[in-house]
Design a protein around this ligand. Structure first.
Ligand code: NI
Length: 256
C-alpha cells in the first residue's frame, strides 16, 4: 500500500468532492495520508480531517510564508495541538526566500521556535525550504535537528545538499517534480539517495506528476511518482511502494 506523506486536503480545490475522494483512497491502495498544516487555520482544518478519517493523520505547523501571523498566544495554541494523538509531526516549517514577504528575520525566528517545539514534544519535523538552501541547513545544523528527525519535503536541492541531510538521518519527500522533463538535478539526487530514506508525497492539490501535470493533484497520482523512482533506481514499483511505506511508518509512527 502507498503511504502519502504530504497533502493538503483541506484546500478549497477539494471543496466539491473531498468526501468522495477521501473515501475512495483505501480502495485505491492508499494506506495512510499525512495532511499538513501550513497556517493556524489550516492546522485547525487538518485536525478536523484527522477526526473524520481513521487513515488520515496530521502535521501542525506554520509555513514560512505565513509566519507573520504568529504571536505568543497563537504559538501556545499550536503547541497544545501538537499533543493531540493524531498529530504526528510539526510542519510544514522552514524558510522560503522565493517570496519577498515575510522578511527573512521573521521567517527564521518562527522556524527556530517551531524546531524547538518539535524537540520539546518529541515529534519529527516536515521541512519546507525554497531558495534558502544555505540558511535552512545552517539553522538545522546549529539546532541539532538530527535529535528529532524529519523529512525535507519536496526536496529541490543538489546531490551535495542531500548528502548533508543524509548525514543527519533525514528523509526526502519526493513528489510529482521527479516526473518533469526538466528535473535532471532532482533525478540525480534521487539516484543518489538510498530508497530507505525516501518518502512518497504529492503536495496535493499542487505539483501533479506527468501525465497530469497542471491539473489538480491527488494521492491517486502517486503511482506515477513511484514508477519514476523505480526507473531511476532500477527496482520494481512494488518495492518503491513497500519500502517508502515502511520508511514513513518509521518516521511518523515510530515503528521499527
Ligand atoms: Ni505542502
Amino acid at each position: 500500500m502507498i503511504f502519502e506523506s504530504h497533502a493538503h486536503y483541506d484546500d478549497e480545490a477539494f471543496d466539491g468532492d473531498r468526501e468522495e475522494l477521501l473515501s475512495s483512497m483505501q480502495e485505491n491502495g492508499i494506506s495512510y495520508i499525512i495532511n499538513v498544516g501550513a497556517s493556524i487555520q489550516t492546522t485547525k482544518n487538518t485536525i478536523a480531517l484527522t477526526e473524520k478519517y481513521p487513515f488520515l493523520y496530521g502535521a501542525a505547523g506554520v509555513h514560512p510564508s505565513e509566519t507573520a501571523e504568529l504571536d505568543e498566544e497563537k504559538f501556545s495554541w499550536l503547541k497544545e495541538q501538537c499533543t493531540l494523538p493524531k498529530i504526528v509531526a510539526v510542519g510544514e516549517i522552514g524558510l522560503d526566500y522565493y517570496w519577498e514577504e515575510p522578511e527573512h528575520d521573521i521567517q527564521k525566528k518562527w522556524f527556530e521556535r517551531q524546531l524547538e517545539l518539535a524537540r520539546e514534544i518529541k515529534l519529527p519535523v516536515i521541512i519546507h525550504s525554497r531558495e534558502a538552501a544555505k540558511d535552512t541547513f545552517d539553522m538545522m545544523k546549529a539546532l541539532h535537528v538530527e535529535e528529532m528527525g524529519g523529512v525535507i519535503h519536496c526536496f529541490s536541492y543538489t546531490k551535495e545538499m542531500a548528502r548533508e541531510y543524509l548525514n543527519m538521518g533525514y528523509f526526502f519527500g519526493i513528489g510529482g517534480v521527479v516526473t518533469f522533463q526538466n528535473a535532471k538535478k532532482l533525478r540525480e539526487a534521487v539516484e543518489y539517495i538510498p530508497i530507505e530514506q525516501i518518502l512518497l508525497e504529492t503536495d496535493s492539490p499542487y505539483l501533479a506528476p506527468v501525465p497530469n501535470r497542471g491539473k489538480r493533484n491527488s494521492s491517486l497520482n502517486i503511482p506515477y511518482i513511484a514508477e519514476a523512482i523505480a526507473q531511476i533506481k532500477g527496482i520494481s514499483c512494488e518495492e518503491v511502494t513497500a519500502v517508502t511505506e515502511r520508511n514513513a511508518k518509521k518516521l511518523f509512527f515510530g515503528e521499527a
